[in-house]
Ligand binder design. Structure first.
Ligand code: NAD
Length: 238
């Protein structure tokens, strides 16, 4: 019960990782305010809407009677090398992967500070640390999120606000599987093949990432600020 009476805002809560994070937080006693574009969440909303992002922390705080933890988990991936990237791809990727966390952190930090501190966990990516090929928009957006995390981790530690990020490699979620489907591969077969490229023998399941997100949000990580935690089963990005 690490999150007993903790009030947590989670974005992307209908997604592969987000659903598991929400369920685990609830099992550990948290009160949740969940959001996504669709699904059974506290607030349906689009993170490309700046005013929605700006208002979200206060909305969550009003609904729960306070705010202790923010998890910026939503994300989108746009694929293809730079010559195929459209202006719309650029705007969407930056809006969801970096502008939304920027706006949400900016609005949440004063609320967290007012109650003596808190924690923010951002979901970046190994690809934000070591760019994978043919996803320029995704890797630059996740690099920006990693950098924002490090900066805020320093800036807001004096207010007892810990800001950290998890950086997964491949995770078995709709984001990964839909990419295979779009390219004409059978997702199950593609995941089996991908499993063989990971030293631990399998790509991550959402639970593997969720456990690290919960750790970073909890007091178990009380001395961690601005950390970028790679969770990769031993597989480096090449
Ligand atoms: N799956 C992977 O291999 C992998 C690897 C590294 C990092 N990540 C990151 O993990 C996080 C969670 O992704 P996932 O793998 O669970 O994928 P997912 O696609 O299952 O979940 C992402 C969620 O974000 C939501 N979202 C996207 N755009 C939105 C918008 N405009 N407004 C509101 N919500 C929006 C989606 O609706 C979805 O529920 C993302 O930030 C992703 O970049 C995933």
């Amino acid at each position: 019960m690490r999150f007993k009476d903790k009030k947590i805002l989670i974005t992307g809560a209908s997604g592969g990782i987000g659903q598991v994070v929400a369920a685990k937080c609830e099992q550990e006693g948290a009160q949740l305010f969940t959001t996504d574009r669709a699904g059974a969440v506290s607030a349906i909303g689009d993170l490309t809407d700046a005013s929605f992002c700006d208002a979200l922390p206060q909305l969550a705080s009003d609904a729960m009677g306070g705010l202790d933890i923010v998890m910026n988990n939503a994300g989108v991936i746009t694929r293809g090398d730079i010559t195929t990237a459209t202006d719309d791809d650029y705007v969407l990727t930056m809006a969801v992967n970096i502008e939304a966390p920027f706006r949400i952190c900016r609005a949440a930090i004063p609320l967290l500070a007012a109650t003596g501190g808190g924690a923010i966990v951002n979901t970046a990516s190994c690809w934000g640390l070591y760019p994978g090929s043919a996803h320029p928009l995704y890797v630059m957006s996740k690099a920006a999120l990693a950098s924002l995390t490090q900066c805020l981790g320093k800036d807001h530690a004096p207010q007892n606000i810990r800001v950290n990020a998890v950086c997964p490699n491949e995770v078995n979620t709709p984001m990964l599987r839909s990419g295979f489907a779009i390219r004409g591969f059978d997702p199950d077969e593609a995941v089996s093949e991908l499993n063989q490229t990971v030293p631990l023998g399998r790509i991550a399941e959402p639970e593997d990432i969720a456990d690290v997100i919960l750790f970073l949000a909890s007091d178990d990580a009380r001395y961690m600020c601005g950390a970028l935690v790679e969770v990769n089963g031993g597989k480096a990005v090449i």
